[in-house]
Design a binder for this molecule. Sequence first.
Ligand SMILES: C[S@@+](CC[C@H](N)C(=O)[O-])C[C@H]1O[C@@H](n2cnc3c(N)ncnc32)[C@H](O)[C@@H]1O
Length: 290
Amino acid sequence: MTPPDYEYLRKLLKDHSGLDLSADKQYLIESRLLPLARKAGLPGIGELVQKMKGGAGSVIGQVVEAMTTNETFFFRDKIPFDHFREAVMPEILKARAGRKSIRIWCAAGSTGQEPYSLAMCLKEMSAALTGWRVEILATDLSQEVIEKSKAGIYSQFEVQRGLPIQMLVKYFKQNGELWQVNADVRAMIQHRQLNLLHDFSQLGVFDVIFCRNVLIYFDQDTKINIFNRLAKSTEPDGFLALGAAETVVGLTDVYKPFPERRGLYRPTGLHAVPKTPGAAAPKLAAMAGH
Ligand SMILES: C[S@@+](CC[C@H](N)C(=O)[O-])C[C@H]1O[C@@H](n2cnc3c(N)ncnc32)[C@H](O)[C@@H]1O
């Protein structure tokens, strides 16, 4: 791959998905895109770039999808789900006792293990949720992973990663080598393709947002921009859960860490003021409510 082709792909990926590749990730591009080029009958990445420059929109979409990392598993990192059961849900059950509804958003849900883990947590507390309206929205940039998430079909290997055996037995049906999430659990989740770089205000406001292991791939300005918009989509008394290597600290004041609960954040009610030219960091202004 020539240096100009690499620069072209880096910029394209940053613009389309937020992926911020450092200058030395040629091997990553080659390992992910060479199979794509070959499948399209092209000898190499140079020819793939030529095709994209020629305006082949579908190829751009395939390149962006091929470069996303979809790694996920059930109850990944365990702790966020302990927080959800022990800190988030008890508060929500009290705070929403009047309207009896909860909205949860998995903002980069990948192949579904994360939203289904949350759905199973909620099933386990179904006695407390009788009569409640529970909404879980799973979104992702990649249509391919959304299709897999919707189907809720997993291999033996996938169900052995993180999923307690009792939950496998209780919430899945075996079909040969594969396991499918039961229809009532699948029905708890709505799916939608969504790029976090784009406006998502139309989704409304959520009590809980899981946005884990995606911002890690983005540069600082992109992270700040997404945090600031996520805060507007979080109820004032709602929650944000991030991945183990992600934080808002040092980036924005629109969320603050929840004490003693690593990776869990709450909105502060401060809203970022758009960056003015020459300003070093976004200024914050206190606003009443959202
Ligand atoms: C590593 S997976 C994380 C999945 C899950 N949240 C977890 O923690 O296990 C990252 C997901 O983010 C998605 N993604 C990447 N860029 C995105 C973007 N700009 N908007 C929305 N999703 C994106 C990828 O398609 C991928 O499925």
